[in-house]
Ligand binder design. Structure first.
Ligand SMILES: Cc1ncc(COP(=O)(O)O)c(C=O)c1O
Length: 429
């Protein structure tokens, strides 16, 4: 059986659909493209294939996402459900591919950050429960309910609007209630309990199906502040139950919480990073959980040339060669998610080696020193993020180097960079 694309309108080249297969050679048809790249394209625009050939691309290993979901499930145990966080285009991995994989793997629900993401899932035939973990659109509950997206409510105004909607529809509306235990963002303050719970229990048409909170520092193990958040949440949960609410889904933990606060798993967890094979902070992932990064950012050398010692390279003339050198132009820059702050200090992988970035990273181009890569030529693949041979540039490495969160590194890669899905088990999608 030959592999098929994640997206049925795009075919897959079977021979190269292996994890270790080389990227698309100049002239190859790409295997599959993200909905952003493919379905949102107006009829007259450049085909995605041509765009892949002229610039950088993201490779998403769907089988890694699948394996990571299974690994997280095994880690949390059979009594804990997974609410798979697929917001912001699944952290740059592609909303639909991640969502379909999560549904297939039996995740209880998909967590989106904006109404529009939930709507996109519904419009693409995703039927599994969707939870809006971001702020609900102001006076927009009717839209959410119509699209069968479950809101998380944070205020009495939210509750009142839901009650109106329930009345006008003639049936109750299920919601989750957020308790702000110290994040200070969304949610009823834990200080408002038990009054908030009593008021919600008395609100007609409102069914509290879930109750949740969010931790601000869960990537740091054994932190007194997180423990305090857990204590506050437990108290609010008890008070909610005493007030007559009976939420069946109780969830507080993002990836950090999943790893380091098992006492706060309750009966559902809300990981994002872990599903994409990424670690949330400096503390290593516990030995019992093995993850695979799912995303790589790649390009092909557009030009390779020799330059004499003393040659200035790129904007600002901040780099001058100290020897006769070989340099390559990469058709990727900061507008492709290759942060400018890596100028003169970051690396890319070429010929299986770490090669220094020479000079400033430009908007859509950059220059790499290839002097130590024998035989480098135009068309060779370079890896900005990901693995090549024995070398790897990880999201964690870049996030540490740039004082960013791992989330920032992958979500910085804009939609204009085509996503290519390579995975033997794209078959199952
Ligand atoms: C409310 C909420 N829950 C869960 C997550 C998932 O976080 P992570 O990717 O660190 O697992 C996020 C992400 O920002 C979030 O905002």
């Amino acid at each position: 059986m030959s592999p098929v694309s994640v997206f049925p309108e795009v075919s897959v080249a079977p021979a190269s659909d292996r994890e270790d297969a080389p990227g698309p050679a100049a002239g190859d048809a790409p295997r599959a493209l993200s909905p952003a790249a493919e379905t949102a394209r107006p009829a007259h625009s450049t085909p995605a294939a041509a765009r892949v050939l002229s610039g950088s691309w993201v490779e998403v290993d769907v089988s890694a996402i699948r394996a990571n979901i299974r690994a997280v499930k095994a880690f949390v145990g059979p009594k804990v459900a997974i609410l798979a966080v697929v917001k912001t285009d699944a952290y740059g991995h592609g909303l639909l591919a991640a969502a379909r994989t999560a549904c297939e793997e039996g995740c209880m629900a998909l967590a989106v950050g904006r109404f529009e993401e939930g709507l996109a899932l519904r419009e693409n035939g995703i039927e599994c429960p969707i939870l809006l973990i971001g702020p609900p659109p102001v006076h927009g509950f009717a839209h959410l309910i119509r699209a069968r997206i479950t809101p998380i409510i944070s205020s009495f105004e939210h509750a009142a609007e839901i009650a109106c909607e329930a009345e006008s529809r003639g049936r109750p509306v299920a919601v989750h209630v957020k308790v702000d235990t110290g994040m200070g963002r969304l949610g009823f303050s834990w200080r408002e309990f038990p009054d908030a719970a009593l008021a919600l229990a008395a609100t007609p048409g409102l069914v509290v199906e879930g109750i949740c909170s969010h931790f601000s520092c869960a990537e740091r193990p054994a932190l007194p502040f997180t423990r305090k958040q857990i204590v506050r949440f437990r108290r609010a949960l008890k008070e909610a139950r005493s007030a007559g609410l009976s939420p069946s889904i109780v969830h507080t933990t993002n990836s950090g919480g999943v790893l380091f606060y098992p006492e706060a798993h309750f009966n559902a967890v809300r990981p994002g990073l872990l599903l994409y094979g990424l670690r949330p902070g400096r503390t290593p992932i516990p030995a019992g959980l093995s993850l695979r990064p799912a995303l790589s950012l790649k390009a092909r050398l557009a030009l390779v040339k020799r330059v004499p010692k003393g040659t200035h390279l790129s904007y600002g003339a901040t780099f001058r060669t100290l020897r006769n050198s070989v340099v390559g132009v990469i058709p990727a820059g900061y507008a492709d998610g290759f942060p400018r702050r890596l100028s003169n200090r970051g690396y890319v992988l070429a010929g299986g080696r770490r090669c220094p970035i020479a000079g400033r990273i430009c908007m859509d181009q950059s220059i790499v020193d290839l002097t130590d890569v024998p035989g480098a030529r135009a068309g060779d693949e370079v890896v900005i993020l990901g693995r090549q041979g024995r070398e790897e540039i990880t999201v964690f490495e870049l996030s540490q180097d740039l004082s960013m969160t791992p989330h920032e590194v992958t979500t910085l890669i804009p939609a204009r960079v085509p996503r290519i899905y390579r995975s033997p088990d794209a078959l199952a999608l």
